[in-house]
Ligand binder design. Structure first.
Ligand code: FES
Length: 117
């Protein structure tokens, strides 16, 4: 098996593609630059991967976020408010401090989605 030196506790993929964050299509904003800045400012780089991505697939639900870790993937949708992205940053900070991904805050329980058939 190949070994990377850049092992992380998880990866957060924030969709910013053809629909998510497409404010010109009257879709809710994705604060992609703010997230990148916050990731850097809060010391999350190298410990929790942030990936701002093109379309990840389920475009009919706005603003998709995917959290990957050794435990699997969690898909969230309808992350439309700035305070939700701020809450994800705070959760990422707490997870890095804990050394593993904590359970997502309860406020996201109604945002969990299943993209697979
Ligand atoms: S643009 Fe986000 S799922 Fe397609």
């Amino acid at each position: 098996m190949l070994e990377t030196k850049r092992r992380v506790i998880g990866q957060m993929i924030v969709c910013h593609g053809c629909c998510c964050g497409a404010t010109h299509k009257e879709r809710p904003e994705v604060p992609a630059e703010w997230l990148k800045d916050e990731w850097r400012r809060r010391g999350l780089l190298k410990r929790f991967q942030l990936t701002v991505s093109g379309c990840v697939g389920p475009c009919d639900i706005p603003n998709v976020v995917v959290v990957n870790s050794a435990a699997g993937s969690q898909w969230l949708g309808n992350i439309t408010r700035f305070d939700q992205y701020r809450s994800l940053v705070e959760w990422a900070v707490r997870s890095v401090e804990a050394g593993h991904l904590l359970d997502l805050p309860r406020e996201f329980k109604d945002h969990v989605m299943e993209p697979w058939r």
